[in-house]
Design a protein around this ligand. Structure first.
Ligand code: NIG
Ligand code: FE
Length: 404
């Protein structure tokens, strides 16, 4: 048993049932038992026996401690960039038009297929380290820029390996139904057959934790999405969906019908979609970086989500086309300024609700029995994490009980 004690800190426990905003404890003590939290509470209530048993003591110097942050929706592994497309969009061509002309996701697929695993690892590692420098200890990484068995495998293997070479938990999502690859032009149903076959293969290799699709005019229809989800369910895999990003195609209702962990984007979400998500317990993953970068004007229906009690997560959507962003703290700020979340909702969106969007129950709140993934911040109040942008407030990270 190697217990360690953290004192001289405030703790934003983010416990849902806590009466105080952020579950904030002003003068807190945390006892870590290896990779797990043993005790969290006001220092005045720390049992003396437990305090004496702590071999290591950390004086946090008045810092704020939060759970390690969770980025629950990224496309971190890809080749190339889309800066030229950004210029095109600024001259008036829309994201959808560029996709229909063979650019967009298809252009990143070309670059990803050409890249070696080493090149993909190097560029993804740079992006991952930027996220980790802002306190991210768990990250979801989607495939979806290979769109054929071997390049999808490479991307998922790269993603898995990043979780072994960096002090961060990586959760992988298979997004074979992201776009129609050029070799299947005019044969999208045939491509869905291939997606189902790829899923079985990659799942058997242990590379898939969840399954996603892009249900949209420039993606796949609800019927095609349902075929992918049926295959996922047969394997016992949870699903999530890029839903109602550019139009309302009823994707949220469909995904909810499959008990989706989350529906993501949701600018065009309908009242029926929100009700279905509430009934299924699906999390709404808000992606303000994509909204901002595509210069969208239609905001996700936040009040509707609140009325239905749908949990809201916030994520970077880190990808080359709609959100080339590696700052989860900037997303906290944008979730507040652009979507009108409260700073407390935004912080829950990168902790408790982000964990829920990944189906993880062992982290994201500071409580006994939870993983000891902590972020230690040079701020006086948790709202500062959403308030400042471009600040570098992270002081230290504890990952699975180990100080980094
Ligand atoms: O989450 N909308 C679909 N997928 C990504 C963007 C992919 C791309 O443009 O490369 C998203 O926005
Ligand atoms: Fe995305």
């Amino acid at each position: 048993m190697s217990l360690s004690l953290w004192t001289h800190c405030q703790a934003a426990t983010m416990q849902a049932q806590a009466a105080r905003p952020y579950g904030l404890i002003a003068d807190a003590a945390l006892v870590l038992d290896g990779p797990v939290l043993r005790w969290v509470g006001p220092r005045s209530e720390l049992p003396p026996d437990l305090a004496r048993a702590c071999i290591t003591q950390h004086d946090a110097g008045g810092a704020l401690i939060t759970p390690g942050l969770i980025d629950c929706h990224t496309h971190l592994v890809y080749g190339g960039d889309r800066a030229a497309e950004f210029e095109q969009r600024l001259q008036g061509t829309s994201y959808e038009e560029i996709a229909r002309q063979g650019g967009g996701i298809a252009s990143t697929v070309r670059a990803t297929r050409q890249a070696s695993a080493e090149q993909l690892t190097a560029s993804a590692s740079t992006r991952l380290r930027a996220l980790m420098a802002e306190g991210v200890t768990t990250v979801e990484i989607k495939s979806g820029y290979g769109l054929a068995l071997e390049p999808e495998r490479t991307c998922l293997e790269v993603a898995r390996a990043l979780g072994h070479t960096h002090p961060v938990s990586v959760h992988t999502t298979f997004l074979g139904a992201h776009a129609l690859p050029p070799e299947f032009a005019g044969r999208s149903d045939d491509y869905i057959d291939t997606v189902v076959a790829m899923l079985a293969d990659l799942y058997a290799q242990g590379l898939v934790d969840a399954v996603d699709a892009f249900c949209e005019r420039i993606g796949f229809s609800p019927a095609q999405t349902a075929r992918v989800f049926t295959a996922a369910r047969a394997l016992g895999l949870p699903v999530k969906l890029h839903a109602e990003q550019l139009s309302d195609s009823g994707g949220a209702q469909l995904a909810a019908g499959f008990g989706a962990l989350s529906c993501d984007h949701l600018e065009w979400l309908s009242a029926e979609g929100a009700a279905a998500m509430a009934a299924a317990g699906s999390v709404a993953v808000l992606l303000p970086g994509a909204f901002y970068f595509l210069r969208e004007t239609r905001v996700p229906p936040i009040d509707l989500l609140r009325q239905h009690g749908v949990a809201m997560a916030v994520s970077t959507d880190c990808n080359p086309g709609s959100s080339p962003c590696t700052s989860l703290l900037l997303m906290l700020n944008m979730a507040c300024t652009l979507f009108r979340l409260t700073p407390e909702e935004a912080l829950a969106g990168v902790t408790r609700h982000a964990a829920q969007a990944l189906g993880l129950h062992d982290r994201s709140v500071l409580a006994a029995g939870m993983r000891a993934d902590l972020a230690v911040w040079d701020v006086q109040h948790p709202a500062e994490l959403a308030y400042a942008f471009g600040a570098r407030p992270l002081r230290q990270v504890v990952f699975a009980g180990v100080l980094r």
